[in-house]
Design a protein around this ligand. Structure first.
Ligand code: PLP
Length: 406
């Protein structure tokens, strides 16, 4: 029997913390014909995106672009800098830090997981003093790298990377600093060079507003030097040949041509708006979201306001309520996807994404959908959260560009 496709009216609300909605302008750019990746036109595109992306990472050093998801770029960061059996200090901020540690184990490294007990560590950012204390103990410098996640997508908690750098320096330790800002890049301020990061890992499908499929390693000279002696097996991920060929705008393999068109467009959009404006927009929407959550009388997963994420807000459910059941109601009734609780937080929380191509009304519609869903799912709320969010948005000036156009 013929099955008719059902197409719900309006756009699906993709309010997970990545992949984030892809703006029409980027979708159109990606629909250009795929060109010869060894031809003359391609080199110009390659050079443009390789130069432009450096501005987003705030680096003068090479940024390697892989046709892979963020997980691939994690592996690239480890395999280009480390050798089998190397000790690595990792910090448990949440589910993604846990997955990166699992990868380190699988690659034959010896990761040590620092963190606070239970879910406490999942509610606060990295504690740099713990890193400093551990590195001071390591007088033989057995630890070769410190790995931290800048924006823990599973919790909505950020970490102070400059403070981690200071902790490593205070301990006088030569370990490399590897940072995952897969969901932080182009949402929260990030300074690869100034913070002395050796490898920064990121991906396309979050603040850059692209579909999943490309990921990045921004590298330091120290990391490139370490790569010359690193013995973990690597072939596809090896930076050396890619960085060499990138000098002329090409790759040693077939790059992701249409996603690179998208990246070129995303760079124009983000740099056109101005990075500081992009960060301010994210901070403002995140604050409005938190005000709604507080008015509902629900708990925010992050307990330290100094490290609230501008990318997403983790909303804890009262005892006895399954967060995934609430998400299901919201999905079925209002055609909106929210992030599920991951790992230790499975069923205990959901995540509201407010990153990338998101504005005041996107957020207000999202909050309305969440509020209706909470009520339909029988979650007790203290009051409507919408007035709190609206009042905050009205009280705060809009982005300068919009003001100028008015
Ligand atoms: C912080 C963080 N690290 C790593 C990953 C893994 O990236 P991917 O799923 O693109 O492989 C994600 C994905 O959401 C993430 O948010």
């Amino acid at each position: 029997m013929l099955k008719l496709d059902f197409h719900p009216a309006g756009r699906h609300f993709l309010q997970i913390p990545g992949p984030s909605p892809v703006p029409d302008r980027i979708l159109r750019a990606m629909s250009c014909p795929t060109i010869d990746h060894r031809g003359p036109e391609f080199g110009a595109l390659g050079l443009k995106v390789l130069e432009g992306i450096k501005k987003i990472f705030k680096t003068q050093q090479p940024v390697v672009i892989y046709p892979a998801s963020g997980t691939g770029a994690w592996e690239a960061a480890l395999s280009n800098t480390l050798s089998p059996g190397d000790h690595v200090l990792m910090y448990e901020t949440g589910h993604f830090a846990t997955l990166w540690k699992k990868m380190a184990d699988n690659l034959g490294l010896k990761p040590e997981f620092l963190g606070l007990p239970g879910i406490e560590g999942w509610r606060r950012g990295v504690q740099p003093q713990m890193i400093e204390a551990r590195l001071r103990e390591d007088t033989q410098h057995a630890i070769k790298a410190v790995c931290v996640v800048h924006n823990e997508t599973s919790t909505g908690v950020t970490s102070d990377i400059a403070a981690v750098r200071r902790a490593i320096d205070a301990a006088g330790h030569p370990a490399l600093l590897l940072v995952d800002t897969i969901s932080g890049l182009a949402c929260a301020d990030y300074r690869h060079d100034e913070w002395g990061v050796d490898v920064t890992v990121s991906g396309s499908q979050k603040g850059l507003m692209l579909p999943p499929g490309i990921s990045f390693n921004a590298v330091s000279q120290k990391a490139i030097e370490a790569g010359k002696h690193a013995k973990l097996p690597r072939a596809f991920w090896d930076w050396a040949e890619i960085i060499e060929m990138n000098k002329s705008g090409y790759w040693p393999y077939t790059p992701n041509t249409n996603l690179l068109y998208g990246l070129s467009e995303a760079l124009d959009m983000i740099l056109g708006e101005g990075l500081d404006n992009v960060f301010a927009r994210h901070d403002r929407l995140a604050e409005a979201c938190r005000r709604a959550v507080r008015a509902w009388g629900l708990e925010i997963q992050c307990v330290d306001p100094s490290v609230y994420s501008p990318v997403l807000t983790g909303v804890m459910m009262p005892e006895g309520i399954d967060a995934d059941a609430v998400r299901k109601v919201i999905y079925e009734r209002f055609d909106m996807s929210l992030g599920t609780g991951l790992g230790k937080m499975k069923g205990r929380m959901f995540r509201i994404g407010h990153l990338g191509d998101c504005n005041d009304l996107t957020l207000m519609a999202t909050l309305a959908g969440v509020e209706m869903g909470l009520q339909l799912a029988g979650v007790p709320i203290a009051a409507s959260g919408l007035p709190a969010a609206m009042e905050f948005l009205m009280s705060q000036p809009n982005a300068p560009k919009l003001k100028a156009a008015a």
